[in-house]
Design a protein around this ligand. Structure first.
Ligand SMILES: Cc1cc2nc3c(=O)[nH]c(=O)nc-3n(C[C@H](O)[C@H](O)[C@H](O)COP(=O)(O)O)c2cc1C
Length: 164
């Protein structure tokens, strides 16, 4: 059945696209911060590129513009509390203060992330009320654990199919 497109329905449609959960981090001279995101994608293997879609008024976008760098921290199932902090509007510096992290290629990377990449900003492309940031991967790493998932507006644990 075809339905009349509108923003609420659009949210519901894409809410059925189950994703992982990432935190985009960045540190600039004026301050550091980050935001929870699922509009994240690997883009190219040669060169290695990743993209993130930022709401235009996300404070993290301003930090990324200034620093020219960002990190994609793929969260593990144990990091739902981290996702909640970075999805909030608490004062930006308090976000990274709330989690242990270390720097790789001048990008804050959250301890315990399931995997991560640090990117150098290549391009910002306007996309309606969002901005697409394309970054060249300058460092990457792997952690351990199970992924945190996002589906129909809620966090979920990963449950592999068994017996197939
Ligand atoms: C699971 C989940 C996924 C999200 N994905 C995005 C996203 O891809 N892009 C975005 O701009 N905001 C996304 N958000 C909303 C931001 O995390 C939220 O607006 C945050 O407060 C932005 O923080 P900032 O203003 O400090 O940058 C998502 C939130 C959640 C809970």
């Amino acid at each position: 059945m075809a339905l009349e497109p509108d923003p609420e329905l659009f949210r519901e449609v894409f809410g059925r696209f189950a994703t992982g959960v990432a935190v985009i981090t960045s540190a600039a001279a004026a301050g550091s911060g980050g935001m929870t995101a699922n509009a994240v994608c690997s883009l190219s293997l040669d060169p290695l590129l990743a993209l993130v879609c930022f709401e235009n008024n996300a404070r993290t976008l301003a930090i990324v513009r200034e620093s020219g760098r960002f990190g994609v921290n793929v969260l593990s199932a144990e990091q739902e509390d981290v996702a909640r902090v970075f999805a909030s509007k608490v004062p930006e510096p308090e976000k990274l203060e709330a989690v242990s992290h270390r720097y790789h290629a001048d990008v804050p990377i959250i301890d315990g992330a399931l995997s991560w990449v640090a990117c150098s900003l290549r391009e910002l492309i306007a996309g309606g009320d969002h901005t697409i940031a394309i970054g060249e991967v300058v460092a990457m790493g792997l952690g351990e654990g199970e992924p945190l998932l996002w589906y129909e507006g809620q966090y979920h644990d990963f449950a592999p199919r068994v017996g197939r």
